[in-house]
Design a protein around this ligand. Structure first.
Ligand SMILES: Cc1cc2nc3c(=O)[nH]c(=O)nc-3n(C[C@H](O)[C@H](O)[C@H](O)COP(=O)(O)OP(=O)(O)OC[C@H]3O[C@@H](n4cnc5c(N)ncnc54)[C@H](O)[C@@H]3O)c2cc1C
Length: 1442
């Protein structure tokens, strides 16, 4: 080169450089001006948009441009960089610019070995993702949008908007998508690109336009750039086009919290502004209309949760207060595309420059070309070719591919990026802390779903096939990606590596990462549902549920329905009419109050101050009787839009109405109700109108109705059904105990006690699912009946509808065409028998404490996708948690006569240990899930494995049964009939049939349900009270034997059904229900009560097969009684106010009589003597039930003379209480454990040692409910009351058989006393201890040798020696010392001024202190210090009673 030429070349390079710098400078100026030159001009804006990303920028811009509204756009990042962000060829380089990104280190990804924690990024810059992404611009398949199933979001609905924003220069693009602001281009005429495309086309892949209807095939990738410039939303809308000059923008402003308030108590919370940090200072901005979130699918849910909108439990855990709206779906449903890139090296060199900042800056020519001439290698981004492909998992729907390949070529390399684009795995976003600057917890669950792995593996194998089989690719030297070291291994060495599935699996596991395509965390479902409790966050107009003034517009709203969780579409079909915007009006209209649904009139009147006090205080059960006697009407107005009216089916669905009502919509009677347990459905399509509608539910007083029914019945049928209660509850299908029971008061309330709403659909809906799991050898089969309701059932009975059934996300069924069955009630169903594949190992469900004690539950999802002739889609789905276990009620003959009666679960005999559940309150609406959890967890803590839902209450909530599944509590489920003859006239039978069918279908999938029982104690009553009354006998037979039994047995053949509790089980049936007594110890279950015998003597108790009710009363604690009484009522002898709470005539004196058998009664006095009495009543009760239960537990032998014995179930009456009164409960209505409950923990333990006296002999029984033989050390110690060390000790090695009870020691008591030199029984007592050889299993017990009142007790002088923290902050170990034996030591806390006290559970109470010391665990319900515990603790023993 001559010098002149060289000089010219140099100067032209300098000139080029200057031109480039000038252009870049100009462009940078525009970016900076956009970012900094417009400020926050107003204090109050109509709209504030958070996040200037792909979505937020356009929304903000258009809002400000096409309305007169003032709009502020807030962005956490800053302006784009003209060199890095604008040139398409720099797309890879951008990734190194950390300041332009949010960066998240995800939770460990268990399904991906190498990338345990992977780093995920999102744009933090003006334009968000659109300023930093790879610019690939593909709309997505028509099917994807159609499958969303949401009005306004089908592909055809969205197409005009796609076209509106696009300026697509691809020649094959539709003419009307060429006028929008965002340029979309494809590079063409590059020879190597065309070659590859053609080659793949020759091998069968069609060449397609990826933004058209046919997307399966290969195409040059369309990208959002034009004239060698990235088309970010900011450049396209705000900068270049200046489309929104009135928009105010604040950059580097981090939104940290939505400002929310409530305008009225009843109203929804409203967003009124936003708090943000800019320049390290907190600012607020007020908003008049709405805040619009578009912070992306990770930051939007984070901001919602920081502001108190999200899953309540999680927000409570993190400490976000207040929680404005409990929306469980916030942060859930997270999805992104898993991808892996394979790098192939070839024998070719492509003429393509790779962008590299260093080399580009020195390559002025390239910069000039790109910036001035808009050509050259810097004008295209990676991924030149895209292939959309169907793996063998997609349903051969070629237009809805599930795999995307992106090919990037350079030099002699070809990269193939493989992504699963219809992935099914879902993850979540959760708060890590309340500090907005702390990144959230990102749990991706990449490849968690089996199908994602399978699709991925197929796609990887296919990528190798493409490389191998495509002639052009034949040039590759090696058919293996260069970056997969460590995976190059195939067990079968005859298979080439690239065809080896092991190799593919390894690549998938080691190299999978994710594309940054986050969606789903604030997902949308159809229709507005204001409760905020549904499985979605926004409605189809993107309004956040349960909150006013808030929308979300970014990608977080996309639920990936077909590929992931199709629930939202179905859930959206129930438009709730719940809420506290109802009115309740009395009959004469003198009272009109705001009312809540679900709820009850008593709760409404209490909330609105008409009832001045809690219903359980003092005499309020009498004072407030007027409420139940009035007829109340509930009214609400609601809006109906055309979306609802246009649906082919519109039902009013009331899941529970209490009880007798007439329902009107717009003053037209649409139906009547008279059964609290029935789900009512009325078609209301014709009565609804566009706009405002009114629903009116006019109730009739339950007592009045009962009277009227009684009279009508008598007149019509000429006989009466006698009443066992002041209100004849037999005439109304309503909770019998709401009319009062011997444990509680009468409040027969009125109201809508379960959800009510409009159920709308065009094609169909799943109504119920019945699930049966059966095992043959070790294989499980799932039998499902899916009950459907269809607007138009097919005439040929063949339902061409796709069913997707999965178990824990493993697809079991995914196919169309099913046979539709119709049963005798005209109900339509589809049946499935599904063998659980071997690849899905099943873990068994066991009752609490049985075998390996697992309660594994599986999520069964059934999704039905309807499609009509016009290709409109509709979904309905239902999810149930199920368990796998077998259960049998074993009733086999014993000699000389009788039948066993015990449960066998998973082939293991189980001793049923538990209790009876009564409704947790008279007003069911005030029962919280938290309280139910406390009660059931307490049952589990007391080592129970069964609970009876008693027939005088209600079929319990889904929550309760779900919890029982989780905790391993078997449920003995009564039908709701109790202790009365019932009518059996046709109308009555009709509603009962419906009730029974609906309730069995609702709850039968719960593994906890162990047995169905027709009623409570009516079989017994029939035999005692109406044996000769033919009508009543016939009615009984008709109702229970002819109706309920066959319905239950056909709806759920998998479980036992007994006609009544108690009954003689199979014997009752064999005797055709003519047995002479139900309390036969040889058969079935019995109920046993005794009020007068000495209940600490085991010989009082029956040697039955199974005792499903037994108990004795005690009074609750002073703290609990103080909630209902004033201190003046606390006297001993008992005051009138306290005494009248005794509602069982047999107990009028029996508690005191029983106490006085064992203790000296307290002297007359006020509160302290009253408290002594309460204490003694609880100890007496606990001892009685201890004696009785210990007898039942050890009584496993058959009496060969009578057939009695072999007791296999002990369920005392009753677990819980409704009010403050003497009852049989072991937990008071405040949740406080009585002494009995802590005794139950020991007497229900799997290991139990029982000392007892039999014919002057000491016998020691060892009960071992473990399924293994165990050897134990047995220690017998004799103590004197006056000392704290044993006076005599005896050791013995004893053996126990697996799951057994046997006597391991016998000795005459007199010998023992002589050996121990105890001359007087009144001086001594026994302590028995056992432990296995490793001391892992141990327990103890005590045995009194005389009644405490006759024993020579000495004041033990108990001291609290220490209180220290246990395993966690709320567990404390309280250490006590005593100078002598301290019997029946009660720990309690002092009352604070407001009659509350420290709350929690003492794991032992009413215990003995032997050897001078004892440590007790206290689990506190609140945060509290050791010092406070010590300060507040009260310790009491028998000698303190004066
Ligand atoms: C590296 C990369 C490559 C990609 N490649 C492609 C591709 O080739 N093709 C494709 O289709 N998609 C691609 N994507 C994904 C695509 O860009 C995103 O899906 C899309 O931009 C998401 O749009 P959005 O509006 O939901 O959120 P974003 O565009 O992410 O916008 C959210 C905005 O909100 C801001 N923000 C967040 N929190 C706050 C706060 N508290 N206060 C104020 N502002 C806040 C953010 O800074 C951001 O600007 C890519 C993404 C990345 C990160």
């Amino acid at each position: 080169m001559s010098n002149v030429i060289a000089l010219t070349a140099k100067s032209s390079l300098v000139w080029m450089m200057l031109v480039v710098v000038d252009v870049l400078y100009e462009r940078q100026l525009i970016h900076e001006r956009t970012a900094y030159h417009q400020h926050q001009r107003y204090r109050v804006y109509d709209y504030v948009v958070v996040g200037a990303g792909s979505a937020g920028t356009i929304v903000a811009c258009r809002l400000s441009a096409i309305t007169n509204a003032t709009v502020l756009l807030l962005e956490a990042g800053g302006p784009a960089d003209a060199l890095i962000n604008d040139l398409p060829g720099m797309a890879d380089e951008v990734m190194d610019y950390d300041k332009q990104f949010w960066s998240y280190t995800t939770e460990a990804q268990v399904d991906i070995v190498q990338n345990k924690n992977i780093v995920q990024k999102a744009g933090k810059i003006l334009g968000g993702g659109s300023t930093v992404n790879n610019m690939v611009y593909i709309r997505g398949s028509r099917e994807y949008y159609n499958n969303l199933g949401i009005t306004g979001w089908s592909y055809n609905d969205l197409l005009p908007y796609f076209k509106l924003i696009e300026n697509n220069t691809n020649p094959s693009a539709a003419a009307d998508s060429t006028n929008g602001p965002i340029g979309v281009s494809t590079i063409n005429n590059i020879s190597w690109l065309m070659d590859i495309q053609q080659t793949l086309n020759n091998s069968g892949l069609p060449i397609v336009n990826l933004n058209d209807d046919t997307v399966y095939g290969i195409a040059v990738t369309p990208k959002s750039y034009r004239d060698c410039q990235r088309q970010s939303t900011v450049q396209s809308y705000i900068e270049r086009n200046d489309m929104c000059p009135e928009l105010d923008i604040l950059t580097k402003a981090l939104a940290v919290k939505l400002l929310i308030n409530r305008t009225s108590l009843a109203g929804k919370p409203k967003v009124y502004g936003l708090e943000f940090i800019k320049d390290n200072t907190k600012h607020t901005v007020t908003v008049d209309k709405e805040v619009i979130l578009s912070a992306g699918a990770i930051e939007s849910p984070k901001l919602l949760m920081l502001s108190g909108i999200g899953p309540k439990q999680h927000l409570d855990d993190v400490g976000v207060t207040p929680v404005w709206s409990d929306i469980p779906a916030v942060g859930q449903g997270y999805q992104t595309h898993p991808s892996v890139t394979l790098d192939f090296v070839g024998n070719f060199t492509l003429n393509k420059t790779v962008a590299n900042l260093g080399s580009i800056l020195t390559n002025v020519q390239q910069l000039y070309e790109a910036n001035i001439r808009h050509t050259g290698a810097l004008c295209d981004a990676p991924a030149e070719l895209t292939i959309m492909w169907n793996s063998n998992l997609s349903e051969n729907n070629t237009n809805y591919p599930d795999i995307k390949y992106q090919l990037t070529a350079s030099g002699s390399q070809l990269k193939i990026k493989i992504s699963v684009v219809r992935c099914k795995s879902t993850g979540s976003i959760k708060l890590r802390a309340t500090d907005p600057k702390v990144p959230p917890i990102v749990n991706q669950n990449l490849l968690k779903h089996k199908d994602d792995k399978l699709a991925f593996l197929d796609a990887i194998a296919n990528a190798f096939r493409l490389v191998e089989e495509t002639p052009l690719f034949g040039q590759f030297t090696t058919i293996k990606p260069v970056q997969a070291p460590g995976c190059e291994y195939c067990t079968n060495s005859s298979i080439p590596l690239h065809k080896c599935s092991e190799y593919h699996k390894c690549i998938m596991k080691m190299y999978t990462t994710s594309e940054y395509h986050y969606v789903g965390t604030c997902r949308m479902s159809a229709h507005n549902n204001n409760t905020g409790t549904e499985n979605s966050v926004v409605d189809e107009r993107l309004r956040v549920r349960g909150v006013h003034g808030l929308r979300i517009v970014d990608l977080s709203i996309y639920p990936d329905i077909v590929n992931a969780d199709p629930n939202p579409a179905a859930l959206g079909e129930f438009i709730s009419l719940n809420g506290n915007d109802w009115l309740a009006i009395s009959q004469n209209k003198s009272i009109k109050v705001k009312a809540k649904v679900p709820g009850s009139i008593h709760s409404d009147l209490r909330r609105e101050g008409i009832l001045k006090q809690d219903i359980y205080i003092q005499y309020n059960d009498i004072e407030y009787q007027w409420v139940s006697l009035d007829n109340w009407t509930y009214v609400k107005t609601f809006t109906v839009d055309s979306n609802i009216l246009n649906k082919k089916t519109v039902n009013l669905l009331a899941k529970g109405i209490d009880t007798v009502s007439s329902i009107f919509i717009n003053n037209k009677l649409i139906g009547k109700t008279n059964n609290q347990y029935v789900r009512y459905k009325f078609n209301v399509k014709q009565v609804l109108k566009l706009g405002k509608n009114t629903i009116r539910v006019a109730f009739q007083s339950a007592p009045a109705y009962v009277k009227q029914q009684f009279n009508d019945f008598q007149q019509k049928y000429n006989y009466t059904i006698p009443s066992v209660n002041e209100n004849n509850y037999a005439f109304i299908r309503k909770m019998a105990a709401s009319f009062g029971w011997d444990y509680g008061p009468s409040f027969p309330t009125q109201g809508i006690w379960k959800d009510i709403g409009l159920e709308v659909y065009d094609m169909g809906i799943i109504r119920d699912i019945v699930v049966k799991t059966t095992r043959s050898m070790s294989r499980w089969t799932l039998n499902l009946i899916v009950f459907l309701e269809l607007t138009t059932p097919p005439t040929d009975r063949v339902l061409n509808t796709k069913f997707d059934i999965s178990l824990d996300e493993n697809v079991l069924i995914s196919r169309r065409k099913h046979l539709l069955k119709t049963n005798s009630n005209g109900e339509l169903s589809v049946r499935f028998e599904i063998k659980i594949p071997d690849t899905l190992p099943i873990m068994l469900w066991f009752p609490n404490g049985v075998a390996n004690n697992t309660q594994k539950l599986y999520e069964l999802k059934v999704n039905v996708s309807f499609v009509d002739n016009n290709n409109n889609y509709e979904w309905s789905s239902m999810t149930k948690k199920i368990g796998f276990r077998t259960i049998r009620l074993v009733q086999k003959p014993v000699k000389p006569m009788g039948l066993t009666f015990y449960f066998e679960v998973n082939d293991l005999a189980v001793y049923a240990k538990g209790t009876n559940w009564i409704p947790a309150h008279n007003l069911l609406d005030v029962v919280t899930d938290e309280y139910v959890r406390h009660l059931l967890v307490s049952a589990k803590e007391a080592n129970m494995n069964i609970m009876r839902v008693w027939g005088g209450g209600v079929y319990e909530t889904d929550y309760l049964y779900g919890l029982a599944d989780e905790l391993g509590l078997m449920i003995w489920q009564d039908f709701m009939f109790t202790l009365s003859p019932y009518p059996a006239n046709p109308e009555f039978l009709e509603t009962v049939d419906l009730e029974v069918r609906q309730q069995v279908r609702r709850i039968q999938h719960h593994p906890s349900i162990a047995i169905w029982s027709g009623n409570n104690e009516i079989e017994a009553l029939r035999l005692i009270l109406f044996p000769n009354q033919t009508h009543l006998k016939d009615d009984y037979y008709r109702l229970f034997v002819k109706h309920i039994k066959p319905i239950v047995e056909s709806e759920d053949p998998s479980r036992p059904f007994v006609i009544s509790s108690p009954s003689n089980g199979l014997q009752t049936i064999k005797d055709n229900y003519t047995d002479t007594q139900t309390n036969d110890n040889r058969y079935g279950d019995i109920h046993f009560y005794d009020y007068t015998s000495p209940l600490w003597d085991w010989q009082v108790y029956p040697s039955a097969k199974f005792v499903s009710e037994y108990g004795f009363q005690s009074y609750p604690s002073l703290a609990t009684l103080s909630q209902a009484f004033s201190v003046n009522d606390f006297t001993y002898p008992l005051s009138k106010a306290v005494k009248r709470r005794q509602r069982n005539i047999y107990y009028l004196n029996s508690i005191e009589d029983m106490i006085s058998r064992y203790f000296k009664m307290p002297s007359n006095g006020t509160v302290n003597r009253f408290n002594d009495f309460l204490y003694l009543s609880q100890i007496t009760q606990a001892m009685a039930l201890k004696t009785e239960t210990e007898f039942y537990r050890r009584n496993r032998n058959i009496d060969t003379e009578t057939g009695n014995g072999f007791t296999m179930g002990a369920m005392y009456w009753q677990l819980n209480d409704v009010w403050q009164a003497p009852t049989w409960a072991s937990i008071e209505n405040t949740g406080k454990w009585k002494v009995l409950h802590s005794y139950a923990k020991q007497f229900f333990d799997n290991l139990l040692v029982v000392p007892y006296e039999d014919n002057n002999k000491l016998k020691i029984a060892l009960v071992n409910d473990y399924y293994q033989k165990i050897d134990f050390n047995l220690k017998i110690k004799v103590y004197k009351w006056s000392q704290n060390k044993p006076i005599y000790e005896l050791y013995k090695l004893v053996k126990s058989d697996s799951f057994s009870a046997k006597i391991v020691y016998i000795k005459p008591i007199s010998d023992l006393l002589t050996e121990s030199k105890c001359m007087d029984r009144n001086d001594c007592l026994l302590s028995i201890e056992i432990n296995n050889l490793s001391y892992k299993l141990q327990t103890n017990n005590f045995m009194l040798l005389a009644e405490p009142k006759n024993s020579n007790l000495i004041k033990p002088n108990i001291k609290v020696s220490d209180v220290k923290k246990g395993l966690n902050d709320k567990t404390f170990i309280i250490s006590l010392s005593s100078e002598t034996i301290a019997p029946f030591v009660l720990l309690d806390f002092k009352l604070f001024k407001n009659n509350t006290q420290i709350s929690g559970q003492f794991m032992q109470n009413g215990f003995f202190i032997f050897d001078g010391q004892k440590s007790i665990i206290f689990k506190s319900n609140q945060n509290i210090s050791e010092h406070e515990i010590k300060d507040q603790l009260i310790v009491k023993t028998v000698t303190d009673v004066i």
